[in-house]
Design a protein around this ligand. Structure first.
Ligand SMILES: [Zn+2]
Length: 213
C-alpha cells in the first residue's frame, strides 16, 4: 500500500545523493501523509542506490510500525518529534553535505550574508549543541532551534531541514549547502558582511507581498 508516498521518498532520497548532499550510508528522509498522518521514512542500513519502495518504513506518529520489513532510520526519533510538535511540517531531510558539515564541525553557524539564505531558511543558520544521534536530547534541542528557521546545523554532524513537503525540505537542504559554500568561499577572500536590519526588514516585506506560487 501507499506506493505513491514510498516512491516519492525513494525518488528524493536518491536525488539528494545524486546532488552530493549525502553519501550512501548517511542521511535520512521522510514525509508525512496529510490524510492518515503516517510517516514514511528511509530505512536504516540500505544502500540508497538500491532503495526500493518496499524498503521504506511506514510509522504512526508514535513510532509504531504500520508497514515495512526494515528498521527505520536511526534518526527517526528526531523526525517523529518534529512531526508531533509541528503540524505545518510534512517533509524532513537530514544530510551531511560537505560545506555545511564543515561549519557544523567547527560549531560555527552560517550568518545571514546572502539574500537566498533568508528566503530559504528564514535567517542565519544556527548550530544545535552536540547530542548523540538518535537521542531524545538531539530531537528536543533541534526542535527548539527550528522554531523560527527551516534549517539547522547539528554540531559535529550535519544538517537538518524541515518543509511543507519532502521536495521542499530537500530544496532547502540544497540551498543550505549553497549558502555554506558561498560563506566558505567568501571567508577565503575577505570578511563576509551580514545583511543589515534594514535590509532584512525590506526582504521580509518582499516575502509577505509575494503570493505563494
Ligand atoms: Zn547524520
Amino acid at each position: 500500500m501507499y506506493e505513491d508516498y514510498k516512491n516519492e521518498v525513494v525518488f528524493w532520497a536518491q536525488k539528494a545523493e545524486k546532488l552530493g548532499l549525502v553519501v550512501p550510508t548517511t542521511g535520512n528522509f521522510s514525509l508525512r501523509d496529510k490524510e492518515t498522518g503516517y510517516i514514511f521514512v528511509t530505512p536504516h542500513g540500505v544502500f540508497r542506490e538500491f532503495l526500493n519502495p518496499d524498503d521504506i518504513v511506514v510509522l504512526d506518529i508514535n513510532g509504531n510500525k504500520v508497514e515495512g520489513k526494515n528498521k527505520p532510520s536511526y534518526e527517526t526519533p528526531i523526525h517523529l518529534k518534529i512531526y508531533k510538535n509541528r503540524r505545518d511540517i510534512f517533509g524532513i531531510a537530514h544530510t551531511h553535505s560537505p560545506y555545511a558539515a564543515c561549519f557544523a564541525v567547527l560549531k560555527k553557524g552560517i550568518p545571514l550574508i546572502h539574500i537566498e539564505t533568508f528566503f530559504s531558511v528564514g535567517g542565519d543558520i544556527p548550530v544545535v549543541d552536540f547530542a548523540l544521534p538518535g537521542s531524545e536530547e538531539l530531537a528536543k534541542k533541534s526542535l527548539k532551534k527550528l522554531s523560527n528557521r527551516s534549517a539547522v546545523l547539528l554540531e559535529s554532524h550535519g544538517v537538518l531541514t524541515i518543509g511543507s513537503s519532502l521536495p521542499n525540505a530537500v530544496l532547502i537542504a540544497i540551498l543550505v549547502e549553497e549558502s555554506a559554500k558561498i560563506y566558505h568561499k567568501a571567508l577565503q577572500v575577505g570578511e563576509p558582511k551580514n545583511l543589515s536590519e534594514e535590509q532584512v526588514r525590506a526582504l521580509e516585506k518582499i516575502l509577505k507581498e509575494s503570493s505563494p506560487e
